[in-house]
Design a protein around this ligand. Structure first.
Ligand SMILES: *Cc1c(COP(=O)(O)O)cnc(C)c1O
Length: 386
């Protein structure tokens, strides 16, 4: 099946039709990634985390595939509502909310919420007849650059008292959740977290508290170095083995974001100017770290970059369009000599890219063009932020 992991596009043709800079979003790649993860985690319900790429095309494909969703803000509730997604397929996973955020999601019909402290449980207790709670457990992970347990999650030993508190407040207990950090190198921390949660579930049962759901979060990695396909089945094998030890009757769900969205977009931008600085060729582009390449700052990812030029290679610099000197997307990158108008391609640019883009310097964001490499439909869409 064609997708962006195995197909080269006619970049020049896309730019002549739609201009530069562009982000090309392929729906077939979204479908491919969703199906690969679903097959690698049999029996696990996948809730796509909207955060990395809340683009309509992604939601449409996943809705068609029967996916569920993970949202975290009122804006993301609005997106689900606009797409007519059944709220029973949604969970709200922000551990810290205003009471008005809780009622906003409830008004839509989403009833599952996350808490990791007593203050949050007391907020949820105001809505106790409608809400179900997942208690988020913290499993810090120094091996990942995006350690989501630094900010959220109760320590494993704090979980039983929180479950008892929730019960005493009259809140329906749904289950436990965790997020071991994004783009993890191995499944080691997932396995440790599943094992620790299985123990907590048994201890809770001994105290008369039933856990229905274990949410194993996100973190599933993609191969940025080679812009290639991850062997996700191999990655998930130890997780699947660990899940066999979770007490029977506990339903398993996950919240993948990056794995589904990262490979589905490529960035195309063009050289707008060039210069020699301190003996090195510098190329100035119409996209940079304040826009599509923002993930190089916030998400600590370096996207693989290519040109289709050939010729003698020199160690070069690729700089973005703003007047700020942090706006450099590659230093010491081996490149042939480029001319104004030549294209620079970035791969694996779906997750945490345009989602964190700014309008700094009033420079327009990349246009998003949607394609479907399986179905050959081509349509155009404009950036999420006007
Ligand atoms: C960001 C986030 C996700 C998605 O994580 P990935 O590493 O992109 O898969 C899932 N759940 C929660 C609560 C998050 O904050």
């Amino acid at each position: 099946m064609n997708n962006l992991l195995n197909t080269e596009l006619d970049y020049q043709d896309l730019v002549s039709k739609y201009g530069s800079p562009l982000l090309v979003l392929d729906k077939a790649t979204v479908r491919h990634q969703y199906r690969s993860l679903r097959d690698a985690l049999p029996g696990v319900t996948l809730h796509y985390a909207l955060k990395p790429l809340p683009q309509d095309a992604v939601i449409d494909v996943l809705e068609e595939e029967g996916a569920c969703f993970d949202l975290a803000s009122n804006g993301e509730v609005d997106i689900m509502r606009e797409h007519g997604i059944n709220p029973a397929k949604c969970i709200h996973t922000h551990p810290i909310k205003k009471p008005s955020d809780i009622s906003y999601a409830l008004d839509y019909g989403c009833r599952v919420f996350v808490a990791d402290n007593v203050c949050e449980l007391e907020k949820l207790a105001e809505f106790k007849d409608q809400v179900k709670v997942l208690i988020r457990v913290s499993f810090p992970n120094p091996e990942t650059k995006v350690d989501l347990s630094k900010k959220f999650g109760a320590l494993p030993e704090e979980v039983l008292p929180l479950l008892e508190k929730a019960r005493d407040l009259g809140i329906e207990i749904y289950g436990l959740s965790f997020h071991v950090g994004s783009q993890v190198k191995t499944a080691k921390r997932h396995v440790e977290a599943v094992t620790a949660c299985a123990d907590i579930i048994r201890e809770a049962a001994a105290k008369g508290i039933a856990i229905n759901v274990l949410d194993i979060g996100g973190g599933f990695p993609v191969d940025y170095d080679n812009a290639g396909e991850t062997d996700i089945r191999e990655f998930c094998k130890p997780i699947v083995a660990a899940l066999a030890n979770v007490p029977e009757g506990v339903r398993i769900i996950a919240e993948p974001g990056r794995f589904i969205s990262a490979p589905c977009m490529i960035g195309i931008c063009s050289v707008t100017g060039k210069s020699m600085r301190f003996g090195k060729p510098w190329y100035y582009l119409d996209d940079g770290v304040y826009c599509s390449y923002s993930g190089q700052i916030f998400d600590h990812v370096v996207y693989p970059k290519y040109t289709q030029k050939t010729g003698a290679i020199a160690c070069s610099v690729l700089a973005g369009p703003t007047c700020d000197s942090i706006d450099i997307i590659a230093e010491d990158i081996p490149l042939p000599e480029l001319e104004v108008g030549d294209l620079v391609i970035g791969k694996m640019m779906g997750a945490y890219t345009i989602a964190t883009a700014t309008n700094f310097n009033f420079i327009p964001q990349a246009k998003i063009v949607e394609i479907d490499l399986e179905r050959e439909a081509l349509s155009i869409n404009f950036p999420m932020v006007a």
